[in-house]
Design a protein around this ligand. Structure first.
Ligand code: IFM
Length: 456
C-alpha cells in the first residue's frame, strides 16, 4: 500500500456499549442506550448491548487478537456510567478498575490506547434532566473527563472527547432513531451547541490536569455529491447539510463560530440557546481531528413531501439521501465510494490548514459473511473496501494530507445500535451464541498491509 510512512499508526476501533456487555455488573449505571433498547420498537429484533461481545470479561483474548493483527493502537470508549453510574460526582471504583486493567493489558502488549470519552452511552439520570439539551451536561462531562485523565493520564496520552456529535445531536434529539429517541428541534440545536461547548470545556480542563496530552474529537464526515450542481435550491440545501455535518464542530473549535448559513437558518432558536460569551468559549486547541468516513452522500432535489421537513430543519440522512447513489452498496445501504476518502482528506487539508494531525478514527463496511465449513470467513467485499479506501488514503498522504493514523471499524462484529446484531462491521467474526471469535480474511489482509508498510 503506497503513501504510508513506516511510523504510521495502524489501529482498530470499537466502543463500550457495542462490545462490552456486562451491562449490570460491577455497579455500572443505566445508560440511555439501555433505556432505549428496552423501549419496544426502537431496536431491530428488540436486541440490546447487555451481553454484546462480552469484551468486559474477554478483553485479554481480544487484545491477543489485536496483537495477532499487528495493530499498534486501539481506539475504544470509556462508558461514563461505569465510572459515574448516576452521572453525578459519586464514583464507582470497579469501573475505574476495569479500564485500568484494559489499559495496562494493552500497554503490556505494546498497543497504544486511544480512549473516546463519549461514544453515546450517557448516564440515564442525566437524560432525565434533558441530557445534551440541558446545559448542565457540559459541566458533568467536564468533571467526568477530568476524573478519567486523573485516573489514566499517566499512561494514556492521546484522548478523544466526543464521537460523532452530529449523530448524538440529529439522530438522538431530532429524528429519534438513536437514544434518547427525542424528536425536538430545540433540543437538537441545544445538543449541537452543548456538545461543541463540552468538547472545548473538557479539553481545557483535561489540559489543566496534564499538559502532555493530545486531545481531539471524532466527527462523521462526508462529501455531498449534488445531482445537479447548477440547481440553486439543491446547492443551498447541499451547503446547509455540509455546514451541519462537516463544519459545525470544526468551525467551533478552530474559530469560535458556527457556519453563518445555519446561524441564519435557525436564528431565533439559537438566540435562546447560545448565551453571551459562549462563542469565545468554543475555540480550543484541538490536536487531533478524528474523521469517521464510510461513504459519500448523494443528494437529489428534495421531494415535495420532504420540503416541509427541510424547512423545519430535518435534512435528509447523509447516506440515505434521495440522489442516485452508485452501486455497490454495503449491508447498511451505503454506497462504496473510496475516492471520496481521498477527496475528503484533501478538502480538510485545503480548507483547514491549521489541522495538522488527522486520524481516520473509523472506516469500514457491513457485510454479513459467516464462517464456511472450514471455519474461514471469506469476506472478499470487505477486503476490497479496505484496500480501496487505504489506497485512497495513501494517495491523499502523497498529495499532502496530514493523515497520521487509521483505525478500521471495527475490530469485531458488534451491536450496531438501532440495527442490532444484524449488521456486521468486524475484521473479526463473532458468533453471538458462543462468543467465539474468528479472524476474517479482511483481518488477515489488514494484517499483511500493516506488516508490509512497516517493512517498506
Ligand atoms: O457502529 C457505528 C459507530 O458506533 C459510530 N460510527 C458509525 C459506525 C457504523 O454505523
Amino acid at each position: 500500500m503506497e503513501g504510508f510512512p513506516k511510523d504510521f499508526n495502524w489501529g482498530v476501533a470499537t466502543s463500550s456499549y457495542q462490545i462490552e456487555g456486562a451491562a449490570f455488573e460491577d455497579g455500572r449505571g443505566e445508560s440511555i442506550w439501555d433505556r432505549f433498547c428496552a423501549t419496544p420498537g426502537k431496536v431491530a429484533n428488540s436486541e440490546d448491548g447487555s451481553a454484546a461481545c462480552d469484551h468486559y470479561h474477554r478483553y485479554p483474548e481480544d487484545i491477543q487478537i489485536m496483537k495477532q493483527l499487528g495493530v499498534s493502537t486501539y481506539r475504544f470508549s470509556i462508558a461514563w456510567p461505569r465510572l459515574f453510574p448516576m452521572g453525578n460526582d459519586v464514583r464507582e471504583e470497579r469501573g475505574f478498575d476495569f479500564y485500568n486493567r484494559l489499559i495496562n493489558e494493552l500497554l503490556a502488549n505494546g498497543i497504544k490506547p486511544l480512549p473516546t470519552l463519549y461514544h453515546w452511552d450517557l448516564p440515564q439520570p442525566l437524560q432525565d434532566k434533558g441530557g445534551w439539551a440541558n446545559r448542565e451536561t457540559v459541566e458533568a462531562f467536564k468533571k467526568y473527563s477530568v476524573a478519567a485523565v486523573e485516573a489514566f493520564g499517566d499512561r494514556v496520552h492521546e484522548w478523544l472527547t466526543l464521537n460523532e456529535p452530529w449523530c448524538v445531536t440529529w439522530l438522538g434529539y431530532m429524528n429519534g432513531v438513536h437514544a434518547p429517541g427525542v424528536k425536538n428541534l430545540d433540543h437538537a440545536l441545544a445538543a449541537a451547541h452543548h456538545t461543541a461547548l463540552a468538547h472545548a470545556e473538557a479539553t481545557r480542563a483535561m489540559r489543566e490536569v496534564r499538559d502532555d496530552l493530545k486531545i481531539g474529537l471524532a466527527l462523521n464526515m462526508t462529501n455531498y455529491r449534488l445531482e445537479d450542481e447548477s440547481d440553486p435550491e439543491l446547492s443551498e440545501l447541499g451547503d446547509l447539510m455540509d455546514a451541519q455535518l462537516n463544519r459545525w464542530w470544526i468551525d467551533a473549535f478552530l474559530n469560535g463560530t458556527y457556519p453563518q448559513s445555519l446561524m441564519d437558518f435557525h436564528e431565533e432558536r439559537l438566540a435562546t440557546i447560545i448565551q453571551p460569551g459562549d462563542l469565545d468559549k468554543l475555540k480550543v486547541q484541538t490536536d487531533i481531528l478524528g474523521v469517521n468516513y464510510y461513504s459519500d452522500a448523494f443528494l437529489g432535489l428534495p421531494r415535495p413531501e420532504d420540503k416541509p421537513l427541510i424547512e423545519e430543519g430535518l435534512f435528509p440522512f447523509p447516506h440515505r439521501s434521495n440522489g442516485s447513489a452508485p452501486e455497490p452498496h454495503t449491508d447498511m445501504g451505503w454506497p462504496v465510494t473510496p475516492d471520496g476518502l481521498e477527496d475528503l482528506l484533501l478538502r480538510i487539508a485545503r480548507d483547514w490548514p491549521e489541522i495538522t494531525n488527522i486520524a481516520i478514527t473509523e472506516n469500514g463496511a457491513a457485510y454479513d459473511e459467516e464462517p464456511n465449513e472450514d471455519g474461514v470467513v471469506e469476506d472478499a467485499r470487505r477486503v476490497d473496501y479496505l484496500e480501496s479506501h487505504l489506497a485512497a488514503a495513501g494517495r491523499a498522504i502523497q498529495k499532502g494530507a496530514p493523515l497520521k493514523s487509521y483505525y478500521a471499524w471495527s475490530l469485531m462484529d458488534n451491536f450496531e445500535w438501532a440495527e442490532g446484531y444484524n449488521k456486521r462491521f468486524g475484521l473479526v467474526h463473532v458468533n453471538f451464541k458462543t462468543l467465539k471469535r474468528t479472524i476474517k480474511n479482511s483481518g488477515k489482509a489488514y494484517s499483511k498491509i500493516i506488516e508490509a508498510s512497516r517493512k517498506a
